[in-house]
Write a protein that binds this ligand. Sequence first.
Ligand code: HEM
Length: 409
Amino acid sequence: MHTTVPDDTLPLLARPYGLLSAQARRLDTDVYDTRLLFRKTTCMTGADAARVFYDPDRFVRDGAAPRRLRLTLFGEGGVQGLDGRRHAARKRMFMSLMTPEARDGLRDLVARTWRERIGEWRDERQVVLFDEVGEVLCRAVCAWTGVPLAARQVPQITRMLDALIEAPAAVGPRYLRGRAARKLADRWAAAHVTRARERVERGTALGEIASYRDTDGNLLPPDVAGVELLNVLRPTVAVARFVVFAAMALHGNPEWRHRLAMDDDPELLEAFVQEVRRFYPFFPLVAARAVRDFDWRGHRFPKGRRVLLDLHGTNHDPRLWERPEQFRPERFIGREPDAYNLIPQGGGDHYEGHRCAGEWITKDVMKVAVTALTRWMSYSVPAQDLSIHPWRAPAIPRSRFVITQVAER
Ligand code: HEM
């Protein structure tokens, strides 16, 4: 199966979240070929496709990510581009940072920092939630990882980290800002690694990353260890996007706001957070490369072929989700998603494959935020433009969610 257009790059930039699943539906298939940047590319959507995509006997990551992603979002030499033994060892290091005690530590830091900020938001005429939550998370995650950060540096470092996420799917100034931010961030993070090595710091994420030895027994070069440090800091700050989506969902579903405010039930909170992650757009897709020739569903995958897995489309696949275009946290009450149907942060196994190392942290932070928004503070939501550009990935509402009349509950 093949699309009829000569190249899908511009259509994908214009419609990053909807294109893959729309084309798959039109062609009545879960797998089809197209061209991106004039290179043959195979697109896959759905839970069965995810199961195949995360099979390491069929796909690898080395050389899969386009250059613009490495120059902005990922950096060079990090875990995202590794395979086999080297990936497994590096991934174990990331997962060792995610123990229940460590996660509690980050959750407490986020909660404390958020509570302190409520007092300051009270005195402000209006608060742009996305910007403020980004700073709360930046402060908390730097403290958690052991990266010293003076209060006056917080806005600048938050913006630097966010620029890395904004850039890969952007053209023009936003892309160039991301390139510049990557250079700055790499230097900044490598300097923290070098400093941590001089002091032989252990017991923090920075200490663990700085002292991690690769499969050859050597420390990582400081710039690569810096990339891995940024692989913790950058996405934790990015959870601010899910927090803004949670705030939008509370605003648009007052019955859920009421339920969560009145009922301190972990199952309700879990269901709400899962539905926010399923429903709202974040990363549209992930890329891999076929490691050998094989067929799946009668479709030929030649060795070396770049393959894209449709994350957002799978989270909205009507075969997996009843009325996928409706926000309905109830769907998660009494239902655990499996490793391949709810994939906003990738699919498969956290330890064995490339599934997001920070998925539990993401949910922890979102739960603190939803609790804060429903139980710790009251606020008004003035009229504003909450629409989301269809071409902007990762997505964010135009107003970045403005609140006023903040008060402590
Ligand atoms: C903002 C919410 C987040 C989203 C939407 C997200 C999404 C993703 C996605 C789509 C992947 C790629 C999966 C794949 O390649 O198959 C990924 C990988 C990764 N994420 Fe996240 N992530 C988030 C938060 C976090 C957090 C909080 C951390 C760390 C504290 C983190 C660390 C990582 C790492 C290290 C990888 C690479 C894993 C590997 O290649 O083995 N992420 N994430």
